[in-house]
Design a binder for this molecule. Structure first.
Ligand code: ADP
Ligand code: MG
Length: 698
């Protein structure tokens, strides 16, 4: 029993705040937070950026300023020393080939060094201009046979950690060194068969080798083993187990509904759309449920494809569900769908959280007896009492806004059959990343836009040109164009005041002062009731308003064909994907459009980079690739939905080589193709349980 409570204590230790460790106070705690280390476990999993090999000892006579070297010799002199105007002390180290001076500035340190001691010094060689010779300033050192802890510092292979001012690698290494002396329990989820085959260290060993390797190679291998471990857990969590997927109902029948729909479209499909439809048709014929992700830039024409696919379900006697992440978007889609299918013999309903209970009851009734063919909605579709009669297809728009488990919960609503699944996103992610995250999905791409779209010119302006920008915009509006103006905040706050940022209301005042009578401004923001939002949107579409001043609620899905101007205030504060989405609201008709980015004169470097990228690239795919390089995958995807926060060591670029391998191993495990011990099986079950906790919160 004692061992049980011991275990709990150890688990405790890992979850403890980093402050629990000796030598870490509030100041260091804050510094650690900057490099993503909050708990003891975070520290253990802190991956070195690189390794320095200090096992190679260089002769002092060969030392060259500017290089990073390790030397070994005896202390022959010691004394006070002034350097760079600072008071310190120096020692002279001699190895027989020559001598070099080593200077330190820390008080009380002097007594550590005694003449005759043998010492190892590692560090960058500086150049002492005054005496015209090489010199070490505050290098790392180890006095041989003296202080054993110091030997983890010099003369070895040394990991270099991400650094921030005030937190050096030496300190971090000492903390980890002490920590590894404790009896720490880490769960290794990778089954032994795989570990043997891939020659992976057990997790615990990998951790210790990552921090204290015997060679650079060993350190790098250890890091990769940990990345393997993390990826394994990740794929295990996101892949849906085979047992949970039943047969799908194969859509054999190609009927009037879908054929007619295509025939009656007011435009012809692009080649890209045709190709995607072919891919989808092939999937739908199978009794294995489709799991396809359709990636297409804003305005690339995904909705048409979604409708076609839903009609294929209906003509095969099945129901279809369309889930969108916001009420506004669900409204919008419902409206578009209603237009497209008007006159077709089918029944469609809209279900949202705000749907009144009488109406809701009616919808749920019709749904469960099969009288509704297509149900459009928001998260409301996930509710337990939403029961379909025969759900054959699910379309999820802006799928990355939903958690893995939410998607899964909708998917489970198929009764006898598992529904076919079409996921869509207008935030394209690079293929490499898609493969990582959605290893279980087939990918379809829409890379071209429908023909007849006007060009969008992206223009960058600074704040002092604001008046000029709006005079120009209003002139165009008076001549019959429509404009969106986007601001990041609804109301003034201490924050907006301090940052000198515009909010919806003071912007409204400002614009009203400038405008002429021909300019009619509508207001739209996230705190409005859905009905109000809809009415404003309709008025903008119909021309009652010709300027829509809004927060980013218009980011997704809104389609007003004759809007040609998009002004984004404080554009340097928005993320790339968001800016691109906003820009995609214009350029939907034949006329040339403009996207005007207004930014602060003294914007951050990052902000500047984003603005430049936006000006340079039109395509969401190019921007996504750029974004990935700039920020890494976690940021792009939003960690909550993807459990990406679980990655401490896995590095998107360094570990490309193992992504597919790990994914395939997980599939083998999940399909029962590898021999596992009972203990291993239990561990994996507990991993799934964790997933549930993590995702039900959202
Ligand atoms: P998104 O991919 O952003 O969902 P939509 O499906 O909303 O894009 O399409 C944007 C607009 O382009 C819609 O008004 C739609 O009717 C129109 N559209 C779609 N396909 C074509 C096409 N092949 N030719 C011309 N217009 C098209
Ligand atoms: Mg869309």
């Amino acid at each position: 029993m004692a061992s049980e409570s011991d275990k709990i204590k150890k688990r405790d230790l890992l979850d403890r705040d980093i402050r629990y460790l000796k030598g870490v106070g509030p100041k260091k705690q804050a510094l650690f937070k900057r490099i993503g280390v909050k708990t003891v476990k975070d520290l253990l999993f802190l991956a070195p950026r690189r390794y320095e090999d200090r096992t190679k000892i260089v002769s002092i006579s060969d030392v060259i300023p500017g290089e990073f070297v390790t030397i070994k010799g005896r202390i022959t002199l010691r004394g006070r020393r002034r350097l760079y105007g600072k008071e310190g002390f120096g020692i002279i180290v001699d190895d027989g080939t020559g001598w070099i001076e080593v200077v330190f500035f820390v008080k009380n340190m002097q007594k550590l060094f005694r003449i005759g001691d043998e010492i190892i010094i590692s560090g960058k060689v500086e150049f002492d201009k005054y005496y015209n010779k090489p010199i070490f300033v505050h290098p790392e050192y180890a006095i041989i046979g003296k202080n054993s802890d110091d030997e983890i510092i010099a003369g070895m292979v040394i990991p270099v950690y991400p650094q921030t001012e005030g937190l050096d690698s030496r300190f971090i290494r000492k903390l980890i060194y002490e920590l590894l002396k404790e009896d720490i329990h880490l769960t290794d989820y990778v089954p032994e068969v795989i570990r043997k085959k891939e020659r992976l260290y057990p997790l615990h060993e990998a951790i210790s080798k990552m921090h204290f390797p015997d060679s650079v190679l060993e350190g790098e291998r250890a890091r990769k083993v940990i990345a393997f471990n993390e990826l394994f857990q990740f794929f295990y969590k996101i892949n849906i187990k085979k047992e949970d997927i039943k047969r799908a109902y194969p859509f054999k029948q190609k009927g009037e509904l879908s054929l007619d729909f295509i025939k009656k479209l007011p435009f012809s499909l692009t080649l890209g759309q045709k190709k995607v439809i072919e891919e989808i048709d092939k999937d739908l014929e199978k009794s294995v449920p489709m799991q396809r992700l359709l990636q297409g830039d804003v305005g690339s024409g995904k909705t048409v494809i979604a409708i076609y696919t839903m009609l294929r379900a209906v003509e095969n006697g099945m129901q279809a569900a369309f889930m969108a992440p916001t009420e506004t978007l669900a409204d919008q889609v419902f409206l578009v769908l209603s237009n497209f299918i008007s006159g077709l013999p089918l029944k469609m309903e809209l279900l949202k959280s705000s749907t009144r209970s009488a109406k809701r009851r009616q919808i749920l009734g019709y749904l469960s007896n099969g009288d509704i063919d297509i149900l459009v909605g928001t998260h409301a579709l996930l509710t337990e009492n939403v029961n379909f009669y025969k759900l054959g297809l699910i379309v999820i728009d802006e799928q990355h806004k939903f958690g893995v488990l939410q998607r899964y919960n909708l998917w489970k609503k198929g009764d006898e059959f598992t529904p076919h699944l079409l996921l869509m996103t207008a935030t394209p992610i690079p293929r490499s990343l898609a493969l990582t995250l959605y290893g279980n999905l087939e990918l379809s791409l829409l890379t071209e836009k429908p023909p007849g779209r006007g060009k969008i010119e992206t223009v960058v302006k600074v704040e002092k040109n604001r008046d000029e920008v709006y005079r120009w915009v209003f002139k165009k509006v008076e001549n019959g164009e429509k404009a969106y103006i986007v601001v990041p905040f609804i109301e003034e706050s201490d924050f907006t005041k301090k940052q000198g940022m515009k909010d919806l209301y003071n912007m409204y005042e400002y614009l009203n002062k400038m405008k002429s009578d021909g300019v009619r401004i509508g207001l739209l923001h996230g705190r409005m009731k859905p009905l109000e939002k809809r009415s404003v949107m309709e008025k903008f579409r119909d021309g009652e308003f010709n300027v829509l001043l809004s927060t980013t609620v218009i980011e997704v899905g809104i389609d007003v064909k004759d809007a040609t101007l998009m002004v984004i205030e404080h554009a340097d504060r928005f993320g790339l994907a968001q800016l691109h989405q906003l820009r995609g609201r214009v350029g939907r008709g034949k006329k040339k459009s403009f996207c005007i980015l207004i930014m602060s004169e003294n914007t951050s470097q990052e902000g500047m980079k984003r603005i430049k990228a936006l000006k340079m690239y039109d395509s969401g795919f190019d921007l996504a690739e750029f974004d990935l390089k700039m920020r890494g995958p976690g940021e792009i995807l939003g960690t909550k939905q993807h459990g990406f926060s679980g990655f401490r060591v896995f590095h998107f670029y360094k570990d490309q080589d193992i992504i597919e391998k790990v994914r395939d191993y997980v599939k083998l495990v999940q399909n029962g193709k590898l021999p596992l011990s009972q203990e291993e099986k239990n561990k994996l079950i507990s991993l799934r349980e964790k997933l549930k906790e993590a995702y039900y919160v959202a």
